[in-house]
Design a protein around this ligand. Sequence first.
Ligand SMILES: Nc1ncnc2c1ncn2[C@@H]1O[C@H](COP(=O)(O)OP(=O)(O)OP(=O)(O)O)[C@@H](O)[C@H]1O
Ligand SMILES: [Mg+2]
Length: 417
Amino acid sequence: MGVAQPAEAGDRASQRPVVGMVGAGQLARMTAQAAISLGIDFRVLADTPDDSAAQICAGTRTGNYRSADDVLAFGAGCDVVTFDHEHVPGDHLSALEDLTAVRPGGPALRFAQDKGAMRDRLSALHSLQELGVRCPHYRRVGSMAEIAEFAGAGGGGSGWPVVLKATSGGYDGKGVWICDNEDAAADVLAHGLGLIAEEYVPFDRELAVLVARSPKGQGAVYPVVQTIQEDGICREVIAPAPGLDPKVATAAQRAGLAIAAELGVTGLLAVELFELGGELIINELAMRPHNCGHWTLDAAMTSQFEQHLRAVLDLPLGAPRMTARTAVMVNVLGGADPDLHSRLVHVMAADPGVKVHLYGKTVRPGRKVGHVTVAGQDVTRLRDRGRRAANYLSHGTEEPAEGGQPATGGRPDGRRG
Ligand SMILES: Nc1ncnc2c1ncn2[C@@H]1O[C@H](COP(=O)(O)OP(=O)(O)OP(=O)(O)O)[C@@H](O)[C@H]1O
Ligand SMILES: [Mg+2]
């Protein structure tokens, strides 16, 4: 493991806590920014020195999160270990917990790692049943016969389409297949992955609720947001979710807090939800800073990144209140031309109110390379400004390819040219 050498936990003259984050993507990069403000010694375990957070974090170590040796060597230098992804193997987590504080701990993190385990656990939670929040119908499947049975060949099933999901390892919609028929399901089955089959939910929209919980049991919850996915990847987040029935919003927030408490989550928990006819159906869980909370950097009293650090260090949590009436976050996806910075000047000149966050990642088509946030009053206007800025950063004046950014096109100030 490549090692920079700040002092180890426990033998420092200063009492600054050392927080280590396994993974060095954009979530770790933005957590590092919060750690700077709080005077926390923050380290990341990066795959390579070019990773988004590794570029800017003095406490970077390089190593492989799949290697027990690398994970344990990293953890030995930290007072608390946390994560910017959920892919550290369970055995390494247990070993790490013998060494230092791990937040969230392995038993909680399992429910963010394994969609089958998550469904089993949440389906059995009385607190969710009392709130009227449910999971989609699901079952583990390993054969065409089981998938066909789930879809209803025997009657009473969920019908087609059926959603097949890899139980672990998915992200940004990779690992989710909406199958219209048996042929499509057979193609997925041929990958040989552990799968669950899930009822297709014809949702009205997608929502998310982000909560923080500290080891002492303090909880904090952000306003419920609307998330907009395209091709399985988050494109846009609106805070708060426009026009959401206050009773539904409260149920979502209470569900988030209940899940965090009952699963023993420490740190952040994002609960992705479907809204269907006023009903809330749980999609999935993440136990780390999440794309649904990026807007908090620019429009909440406490950013999700600061909140995560407070929670994993068992500090009092910060106020999750919004500082604007509405905020819209739009992801910047890579386009054909990698030179984001040549376009930044136009976005800044066209709309000085847009907050731009770029992650330092190599630009590849469709990859999340940054986001923009706009805050103010009018949702329609904010969405237009946010999309215009993100679209211009991705594509300039080029028309996006099929499946690319929504066609707000043109210059960020709305003029062509
Ligand atoms: N049961 C379902 N019915 C309808 N659409 C679904 C269903 N499950 C997932 N989807 C769609 O696919 C998207 C991705 O699914 P999911 O969040 O489970 O995948 P993921 O790859 O783990 O995502 P993430 O990037 O959030 O980790 C969802 O946001 C939703 O748009
Ligand atoms: Mg998801």
